[in-house]
Design a protein around this ligand. Sequence first.
Ligand SMILES: CC(=O)N[C@H]1[C@@H](OP(=O)(O)OP(=O)(O)OC[C@H]2O[C@@H](n3ccc(=O)[nH]c3=O)[C@H](O)[C@@H]2O)O[C@H](CO)[C@@H](O)[C@@H]1O
Ligand SMILES: C=C(OP(=O)(O)O)C(=O)O
Length: 421
Amino acid sequence: MDKIIVKGGRQLQGEVNVSGAKNAALPILASALLADGKSTYRNVPDLADVKTMLKVLETMGCGTERLTGRKKDVCEVAVEGPITPEAPYDLVKTMRASVLVLGPLVARFGRARVSMPGGCAIGARPIDQHLKGLKALGADITLTEGYVEAKAKQLKGGTVNFDVITVTGTENVMMAAVLAKGRTVLENCAREPEVEELARVLNKMGARIEGAGTSIITIDGVDALKPVDHAILPDRIEAGTLMVAAAITGGNVLVKHAVPEHLESVILKLRETGCTITAEQGGLRVKAPKVVDSVDVKTTEHPGFPTDMQAQLMGLMTVASGTSVISESIFENRFMHVPELHRMGADITIQGHTAVVKGVKKLSGAPVMATDLRASASLVLAGLRAEGKTEVARIYHLDRGYERLEQKLRKLGADIRRVKA
Ligand SMILES: CC(=O)N[C@H]1[C@@H](OP(=O)(O)OP(=O)(O)OC[C@H]2O[C@@H](n3ccc(=O)[nH]c3=O)[C@H](O)[C@@H]2O)O[C@H](CO)[C@@H](O)[C@@H]1O
Ligand SMILES: C=C(OP(=O)(O)O)C(=O)O
């Protein structure tokens, strides 16, 4: 298993490009199932999760290809021959977002058999709201041998009021509703930019969706969709992680392609820590003081502070002046990075869903182990600041969501490398 080795202490300087968004690419790739023909997606990040989604689609009978050379950010998905509407356990267990094929499959092929995703390191993560939404559109749902089976000759529009705000749940049901007969109204929807981006793609395919990006989405079903050519929006979480990399090293970095409107809560928090953040040249420049001020934060649904940035912000707070209170309100078990940060000398106490972080003068490098995607990122960030060598193991978690993070950080001056197993 690959490891990342970081020697801390260098201030990051320069420019870095943000890749396409994982959380937009995954539902968008799944949406290719909704039309016959070949769809072309640009700015698709080269991530383990994207490979998994392409594999899920291939297993069903889609043709998939990542182009090479100067077009290596381009992926094509062709729905041409017969499709087996099934996502097997072996793939779903490696990536729960595989469940995003459920809505498109049942809408388009009248049936779907998708392995139930289990919980994961950060929480139980049920999919009851996805199923509630599909049932409201007339799907018959059963659970057999660990698989969700959904059937419907023709989905029909309906009203769904989500009990919990769910990103992939909103996306799954929206993808089902585009081919349902009549009007669907989704209430209490997730408002993440990736939901809006998916709706943009579906509308380009011929769907009739209004309101994505707000909590009420209205969808008028159409008979058929056509394939699409679309460039995926930049990854706001990767951008935020790179901004924290600048902040934790007292650096000065231009994070190119970061979209300010998608990062408002992160920008506001980083400004509170004493960083200067300015929009310039199609990106965001972060200039950081040597030691940042501590800030309190509570994760909430978009447009609130994203749970996917909590671990990284906590990494920064370990070396802030003062005490920070960080509350996690989205996932019940998203503090797995804390014991690893302790190994580097951080002073953090967990009280239920809240972590109290007392800034320390210095962290010291240590062997640490990644437990989930953003936890891994926080350990790499802490390693950039720590004295001595930090070895981050199990970075397959990191590779799920960051495209060659170590290369991007090295270009900014970090002493960081990947060691192949
Ligand atoms: C591929 C993708 O886009 N992943 C993102 C997505 O995950 P994902 O869509 O899985 O997360 P959700 O928004 O669904 O989860 C939010 C909360 O709702 C709960 N819940 C969700 C669905 C459901 O049917 N029932 C239920 O109780 C979850 O357990 C969690 O506590 O949004 C999360 C929250 O911003 C991010 O951390 C993930 O990076
Ligand atoms: C939790 C995340 O992803 P996923 O929903 O794919 O597990 C994440 O991107 O931080």
